[in-house]
Design a binder for this molecule. Sequence first.
Ligand code: S3P
Length: 451
Amino acid sequence: MSEAAGSAQPLLRVGRSRPLRGSCRVPGDKSISHRALLFGALCGGGVEIRGLGSGGDNASTAAALRALGVSLRVAGSSARVEGVGFAGLRESTAPLDCGNSGTTMRLLAGLLAGRPFASTLSGDPSLSRRPMGRLAKPLRLMGARLDGRPDPARPDGILPPLTIRGGGLRGIDYALPVASAQLKSALVLAGLQASGRTSIQEPGLSRDHTERMLRFLGAPLGADPVARRIVVDPTGWNGKLRAAPVDVPGDLSSAAFLLVAAAIVPGSDVTVEGVGLNPTRTGVLDALAAMAANIEIEQTAEAMGEPVGRVRVRHAGSLRAARIAGALALRSLDEIPALAVAASVAQGRSEFADLAELRVKESDRIAAVVRELRRAGRDVEESPAGFTVMGSGGRAPRGGRVAPDRDHRIAMAGAVLALLSDEETLVPSEDIATSFPTFVEILRDLGAEIG
Ligand code: S3P
């Protein structure tokens, strides 16, 4: 890694790769790690967490919990949280800094909406641009006070920092306007502190880690994934989750970059072990199979209701174009930058649709993917909720400099595409540690030469 003149960030130098070969593990699932920390704090005793994600986002959740009076020790991928239950959380004197992490901010907002004190949630410039009105609306209906900066893009919207004055919540029946695990999880956490029943309906089934883990920990929650409906009724509940050890599987969203790399770099054969295979997250595997990648999936275990296993991808010639839309798009939401790289070297035109939510992720991911694929010399058309890309059918991408817009997944996608280039690509790499601090190390171990 080197520091280029005029750049504030360390830069990776990436060029054409040798075959990637070998077996590896990726850090713990980011979504599940947030929940393990937060729900651990709500338990009635000490909770051991194994396989905790090592990225900056999970560290933001841990720091916020400490500021709320929770004692929490992290050593590598192991952690111990001394659960205090909802009632044991204490008002923080300082704003809670959620860094780059939307999940930290939205889940904490739901949790703190039920606490009888004031909290302020702040974030970095990227998080400070992300919409919070969708969260404020139902939490206000439940009786919390939420304030933020006005959102110039949305009439009823607010932006971080958020100030929450919580307590005295009542249950509601609420239909979410978008399928969002962050939003439904926030409402579940608020609902567990409300009087009466809260019912949440989703327009599509987003990742269901909250439902699985809370049921594992004994929360009064019913979930019907087919009807996409959750019911929370804390009447008569003691307000403490059952303290139980938590095992976090590897993050399929991180593994996705390695699997796509194996699918596009000739001669590759890569296995990722111990990775989460929750069906609400495995769209990327289905999409790669639809693109004719040689992919083998084997479930080897189950942890807290989450399937875990190994995934092997062997390079098998050119990929085919595919259409990623509807439920498949939702099930591969965070993997679209990686899948766009695969599509950009496939045979034919791939279509990505129904992805309007990507406009409000860590960056505008539709704009960022389109920009990066064009920089690499691809023919791409952008639409409000997606894009189409004409695959090169093997023609090498151009090098240059990736502009990740402080988005970890755009930086990693740029690095993976660069593995096929005859020219050098520079990748600002600082933000990769948001979710996948060992990305470069693992790619090097598999055989990539990254300077
Ligand atoms: C997440 C939910 C998704 C996802 C994000 C993590 C979660 O966001 O994109 O990376 O852990 O709940 P939305 O709920 O906004 O769709």
